[in-house]
Design a protein around this ligand. Sequence first.
Ligand SMILES: *Cc1c(COP(=O)(O)O)cnc(C)c1O
Length: 408
Amino acid sequence: MIRTDAKTTDRAQKEIDLANAYAARNYDPLPVVLTRGEGVWVWDVDGKKFLDMLGCYSAVSQGHRHPKIIAALKEQADRLTVTSRAFHNDRLGPFLKRLCELAGMEKALPMNTGAEAVETAIKAARKWGTLKKGVPDGKAEILVCENNFHGRTTTIVGFSSEPQYRDGFGPFAPGFVTIDFGDAAQLADKIGENTVALLVEPIQGEGGVIMPPEGYLREARRICSERGILLVLDEVQTGLGRTGKLFDYLHEGIQPDLLILGKALGGGVYPVSAVLGSDEVMGVFQPGDHGSTFGGNPLAAVVGLASLDVLVEEDMAANAARLGDIFMAELRKIPGPHIQEVRGRGLFVGVEVKEESGTARRFCEALLDEGIVTKETHKQVIRFAPPLVITEDEIHWALERIQRVFTP
Ligand SMILES: *Cc1c(COP(=O)(O)O)cnc(C)c1O
């Protein structure tokens, strides 16, 4: 049976108590206090070492403190950090050029967090609908999916189907219509005259690592094109190598109209996000329409560029594809009564725990005792999204421990 025999030391408890005394309780962290990280490893305040298999929800895909990203950050920190977009800086152009070329897009708009980039895409889609499709101002509708996760702003939680994300936070913005994830027929059915876009995650991350049926994105692409609405892909979590290709949509050989990136774009050190699209769609923004004090600052641009460079140079997507296959194949061999399903793509993996075995949280606590940090999502699912620099030996090291936790 799973054990949870780790004792929180006095040293760790002191830090936890201090944080609890002053931090609003919007999170429920595992009882571990981290103080150092390198590559796929993190250390707690007592010097105990853990394999990081959450990877900051995909924000540390390049590993903790990747030397080239940290070097770029330090060099830029000694030169120029934030300027605002009231002026040009000499770092933004090279970053956005590289980003657009990698994604096959013409224009990018830099922001900071994923939620801000989602908000930016919503504004772009609505304005495009108003200017280019003739949808009356204020009437634009965006289709979103049941079980989505796109961030935590009031507009975004307003179209969440998770009651806890919404409870007590209304009123919410209108203009969103929810359809089932992975159901192309329903998508075609729900497009109305004021519909401007489908906003969708290629794989639902927070929703429990939910895979759509094979071919869904291709079908969605075809329907959106035929009906003249934008396909807006939120690849904040799936993008940048996580699922075995640089972008998850490449598995289906399509191109979205708007692409939302974040998390790993900041290389594990700094919040960097962006929305990318064609000249036609991104061209709806005029000076003054939209902005961000920090978005596209020189430090962010340098970190973003270095983050992309190391992803490509070290072919992290290929590593994710190869090791993800091994990891999932071995997870599926684990005997015993606890595992309902193993699913995912590349190093984006969900292990669903049977309800009669208790919540995924219990297993995450047991994994913590074994030297692995990760976190449950949606009660029954353990998410594994380790840094993409993980090695095959480290995957086997993890598997041995995961096996132990799941074996009676
Ligand atoms: C994490 C996430 C976001 C929000 O990103 P933040 O940086 O936390 O605002 C948006 N979309 C998806 C798919 C995500 O996983």
